[in-house]
Design a protein around this ligand. Structure first.
Ligand code: AMP
Length: 135
């Protein structure tokens, strides 16, 4: 069965899209640790990130770098932190978290409360920035 993230890539489930290439897709985490918390995924559905072939794994990190640069331009943050967990959704992904306080990097910490309107606004702003920086 297709993962929830494959359904997002295929447009069967909505997402706050940030960026897309032929092989990768980035969208806001629906339960964010901080404003702009983004997930970067390969379109190829593989559960465990370290089971990705070398080219796909390297490409995922380079894609995440571009997304992180757009995030840090748009959102006030100390840095964009990186997390890989992958125990909830069996489709490899990198969490990008524009944190202001290190505590926001703990996956078990209290989630940020962000309205749907603000999520849509962030997605629009960051995706525009991504396009500007990469075209
Ligand atoms: P993990 O597999 O532990 O790295 O966590 C999976 C992440 O996916 C969690 O942070 C969830 O909030 C996020 N998530 C699950 N379903 C969706 C969805 N439909 N849209 C956006 N993010 C999601």
């Amino acid at each position: 069965m297709a993962s929830i993230f494959t359904k997002i890539v295929n447009g069967e489930i909505p997402s706050y899209k940030i960026a897309e290439t032929e092989d990768y897709y980035a969208f806001l985490d629906i339960n964010p640790l901080a404003a702009g918390h983004t997930l970067c995924i390969p379109k190829k559905e593989v559960d465990y990130i370290f089971d990705l072939d070398d080219d796909t794994l390297a490409g995922l990190h380079l894609f995440a770098k571009k997304v992180a640069k757009a995030l840090e331009t748009c959102l006030p943050c100390k840095r964009v932190g990186v997390l890989v967990i992958g125990t909830e959704v069996p489709h490899a992904h990198i969490h990008l978290i524009p944190f202001q306080h290190e505590a926001q990097m703990a996956i078990t910490s209290i989630k940020a409360s962000i309205s749907k309107e603000r999520m849509a606004e962030i997605a629009q702003q960051v995706s525009t920035q991504y396009e500007t920086m990469n075209t």
